[in-house]
Design a protein around this ligand. Sequence first.
Ligand SMILES: NC(=O)c1ccc[n+]([C@@H]2O[C@H](COP(=O)([O-])OP(=O)(O)OC[C@H]3O[C@@H](n4cnc5c(N)ncnc54)[C@H](OP(=O)(O)O)[C@@H]3O)[C@@H](O)[C@H]2O)c1
Length: 426
Amino acid sequence: MASSGIGVGLVGLGTIGTGVVRVFREHADEIEARLGFPLRLAHIADVDLETDRGVSLEGYRLSRDFKALVEDEAIDLVVELIGGTTIAAQVVTSALEAGKGVVTANKALLAHKGAEIYALAETHGAPVAFEASVGGTIPVLRALREGLCADRLFALRGIVNGTCNYILSSMESDGEPYEACLKRAQELGYAEADPTFDVDGTDSAHKLAILLGLAFGVHARPGDFYSRGIQLIAPADIRAARRMGLRIKLLASARRLDTGVEARVEPTLIPTGSVLAGVDGSMNAIEVRGKMSGPTLYYGAGAGSLPTASAVVADLMELARARRLGVALRVPPLGTHRLEPSGLLSSDQERGEYFVRLELGEEDRSRRVSVALAEHGVPLVSLESPPGEDLTLTTGETSRAALDSALALIGSAASASHVIRIEKEI
Ligand SMILES: NC(=O)c1ccc[n+]([C@@H]2O[C@H](COP(=O)([O-])OP(=O)(O)OC[C@H]3O[C@@H](n4cnc5c(N)ncnc54)[C@H](OP(=O)(O)O)[C@@H]3O)[C@@H](O)[C@H]2O)c1
């Protein structure tokens, strides 16, 4: 341990890394006052040490290779902020093997390799903290791990990708198509130059995998549950949603049933008056329901340099306190010593109500659709077939498999079909 306080090493001086430097530079006094001892950023590693990042690096030891940082005896805690799942995994693994605590914001790494990382943390008695990996600045993981730890949670729903929420919100408010809203999101810095992982649901699935561990004690990887993004949402869907008094949100959701836990990421129609429907722009929100606690809601900035960095430094403070007290693993990473044995339910078993939009030739289309649905036992609740526009319908509760079979029957006649889940009880 560094003689005067706890030493921190930062690997990755990008968007979040520079935010961490700023938090340390601007809040050192508050951090020391709250801890009662100094927490010092001492060493920074990045492959590019030349580019001006807009923060002073004076006083820090600088390295291009993360190994020099992990081996530095002045470093007690290592922050991994480079992203990806290869070198980032090496940073985390080597730090834990050296008995150093790790803080990361890397949801992709945890979603894919979390089980191995948590096991390694236990083996080496070194903690790993990852509050910033879900919901940026929102302390929802801490709430699940500690605040709600006496309860039995049964449902969780969240808007956990600000890029998608911004695009859907602006499609609604401006009436513009998906592509135009994505372009504006990129111009405003809400979407990456390559937005694929955000808009196709991958990022939300990474976050849901982490939430499933903390809320339900399930080790899930993103491929274990159904996941879909927002690329197929069209202005016609937004208009239909408005007519039904609903809004479309990309929801990451999970609930505990008697038979196991079901989870999914998909665009979902929810009542306009619900709390989650009111979450606009790039903001995130996660609603949790517990048997004893009832509903609780966590809302805030889900990304961005300083909000995310503030969560990273809060994790560092928690790990520094524990290290000072000599209790490395005060709480297990997923908040439990016993994982859910039944795991996740297969998405084939899922049931729900659905909205469907079909691009279908005009002739006799209402009858053809009604017959196909009836043949597969899918209850039809409403059907609209305005001339010159797509046909839209809503179903009663049905299995997704039956709906897919009915749509396949109509299939050759429909040039495209789009299905959105409806969640009225939210
Ligand atoms: N951005 C957000 O709002 C946000 C929010 C929540 C969580 N996160 C997570 O936080 C992590 C960091 O995101 P970010 O947006 O800060 O990424 P970023 O801006 O791309 O920063 C990554 C930094 O790591 C450096 N790097 C790459 N390989 C390295 C290596 N082998 N050794 C040392 N440095 C290396 C990069 O240098 P070069 O640029 O020269 O390659 C870059 O400076 C990711 O896991 C991300 O998912 C981000």
